[in-house]
Design a binder for this molecule. Sequence first.
Ligand code: ADP
Ligand code: MG
Length: 698
Amino acid sequence: MSAEDVLATSLQYLKGVGPRRAADLERAGLHTIEDLLYRFPIRYEDRSRLQPISSLKPGLPASISGRVIAAGLRSTRRPGFKIFEAAIDDGSKSIRAVWLNQPYLKDIVVRGQQVVLYGPVEMYGGGALQILNPQFEILDDEDGALIHTGRIVPIYEKTGSVTPKMQRRLVFDVLQTLPPELPDPLPDDIRLRLQMPARAAALHATHFPPADAPLDALNRFATRAQQRLIFEEAFLFQLGVLARRHAAAAERKATVVHVDDRIRESARKVLPFKLTNGQRQALKEIVDDLRRPQPMNRLLQGDVGAGKTIVALLAALVEMENELQVAFMAPTEILAEQHFLNISRLLAPSRFRVALLTGSTSAAARREQLAEIASGAIPLVVGTHALVQGDVQFHRLGLAIIDEQHRFGVLQRATLREKGLRPDVLVMTATPIPRTLALTLYGDLDVSSIRELPAGRLPITTAAKPESRREEIYEFVRQQLDAGRQMYVIYPLVEESAKVDVRAATEMADTLANVVFPQYRVGLLHGRMKADAKDRVMKAFAVGEIDVLVSTTVVEVGIDVPNASVMIVEHAERFGLSQLHQLRGRVGRGAHQSYAFLVYQSPLSDEARERLKAMTETTDGFEIAERDLQLRGPGDFFGTRQAGLPTFRLVDLVRDRDLLDTAYREAERYIDTAAPSAAARDKLMTTWEQRFRLIEIG
Ligand code: ADP
Ligand code: MG
């Protein structure tokens, strides 16, 4: 068998893997020997230096090995709650091991067995020690002793019926049959220059580290062997990203945009204020893209209130002056409407007409508008993200603007392609992607960032307060209301039950209206309301007919009520950091000093404390994004259901950022020097898409 065939061998053919285990492994995404070898242990345990039981100290986790000298089930005062305990003796001393509520262990852990335990050691009555709910392995087979103990052993995640120990055995056996010369996807010169071990050696040392491997480096996945395997995956990923970038560079759009003095003058006419430096730079980058023959693929990121809309609108104006059409899309109808009103006002002095196309547009009006869009009479259409997916036919679509979307208009772009359109695409987001991540993940996407806010904005004053200080907060905000300001009170969304959310928000609104602020008008907004009812409330708040708006998180990103200068966030401990920042961005949009109170319920978890601390320490969205990524990890940062995030086997987007950077640079250099043919590039892209399961986003 060739080395490649060995790696491609299905796991079900391995000794010790029956159909049931094969199915369990499949479910965990492990189909072939390669899959198995490219799954890292979750951690490593040093069983070469097992601690003598006599030397254990309370408060730390420990690995011990010994014989079971007694074992049994014990009832407790709580009915039905059983404790399984065993006495383990290693010759130096014996210790009690306790498992709570796992009565079935009585048939598994029995007297006479040799076992390895790993778990926290703690004090219990009378100064004796016990080890609580330890993970355990029974060392039954004689030869297995060499694999499972007496060395640094890998601990794998349990996959169905396949225990960590079985997996260790499996990996061990597979490694014995592996040819020493594995074909290496990493080019030799790169590997040698970066002083990385060969593939087979790296696999051996990752799963069964040599005796002198440092345990802490292993558990940080920072050994040379581990890094080499992570790098291999990162490199392949970046190659694919770059291949896409090259392919995109070969694309041509239907019409290239021109800019002259007449167009510059036209833009100046609609501009109500001076652009900030950041806005001017972003606009320049965008317009440079418009003038290129390749379609633009750009992300415009800037904190809430940074003024992205006007930049997008000026880009739209340039397109329209070139007789091209523009689709301007927002995530919700309320926001689409707000954009429509805003844009209509700004474009009033120009010759361009704007249409709003939403679900609430009447059938007759819609038909008429569609005809005018198809004929090209309407150059700018505002709508929701669904705008380009429906029956809308453009005469000459030149630019698609997608507001407040992190996912780079994945669907929109795909749909446009299907319709045979290759317009410029500008995606805007107020949740910045930390720079390194954007570069490594979306190397095929250009990014413009607006880092400063327009002059004259006062930073929002933010305080985190426990529930018990509520009265103080009310006292303070009353002065603000008395001075004519408005306020948001935000309730968290507990996703399991919209009903509970609505009730909590409703009760809060009642209390505020009747007890706390009887002299002020209190409104309520939540996700269960009909769209037009929501709309009415939002508009009433916008024109100042409501003073206090109690709302669940439906107050979207982008709503602009400058007179609202106070926000109280209830149960602030339940919100993610980026979300808190987004919410806070609803205030601080006018000339008034604004305040955000984050009301929390004690006790706080460490992570919640960090989030609230970050909120009170900075108002910089880019820094918030960095901290959020550190706190939560990328999966949660992008939202768990976030499509478009690659599925890595080994790479961790936070832990391995430096490695991803290096991989990007190496891949760039490789593509430049090796200059793969178009066919080779296509092949690279296909395998890449399968491997990382990315949706078409380029
Ligand atoms: P976001 O980037 O969050 O979408 P907007 O585009 O809604 O921000 O702009 C926020 C507010 O700032 C708007 O009221 C807008 O008119 C105003 N604004 C934008 N740019 C400037 C500027 N250069 N000078 C003064 N005000 C500005
Ligand atoms: Mg906006």
